[in-house]
Design a binder for this molecule. Structure first.
Ligand SMILES: [Zn+2]
Length: 123
């Protein structure tokens, strides 16, 4: 168990599978089943599953929300914001952008105690 009580799920739709309508149907069905399983799993564990549109998660700044003009090349592992100067590992930045879009506060996910948590310093 972790303190995270919400999970952001990327609302993905792989383009490479969408070339024929047959493949698209199969892909949609598979993705639909995956989402359904995730959502049901979340419900079972009392979690809050949110679907997030994945566009531009590698281009948006998690700190200030600015969007870079160019997608980062895959070889570039570090996101550097030209607007606010924030520098963070690419994957971490994308994850934070997704959490923001899901309406979740990344700081809350990492640092703030969940409601009802029994922590000594809460007294
Ligand atoms: Zn920024």
């Amino acid at each position: 168990m972790t303190d995270h009580d919400a999970v952001a799920v990327e609302d993905f739709r792989p383009k490479f599978l969408a070339r024929s309508s047959m493949a698209r149907k199969a892909a949609d069905a598979a993705i639909g089943a995956t989402k359904k399983a995730l959502i049901e799993m979340g419900r079972k564990h009392g979690r809050d599953i949110r679907l997030v549109h994945p566009a531009h998660t590698t281009m948006d700044c998690a700190s200030c929300g600015a969007r870079t003009k160019h997608a980062l090349p895959l070889s570039e592992r570090t996101y550097t914001c030209t607007a606010c100067g924030a520098v963070s590992p690419r994957d971490k930045n994308s994850a934070r952008v997704m959490l923001h879009r899901a309406g979740l506060n990344p700081a809350g996910a990492e640092g703030v105690r969940p409601p009802g948590a029994q922590l000594p310093e809460a007294a």
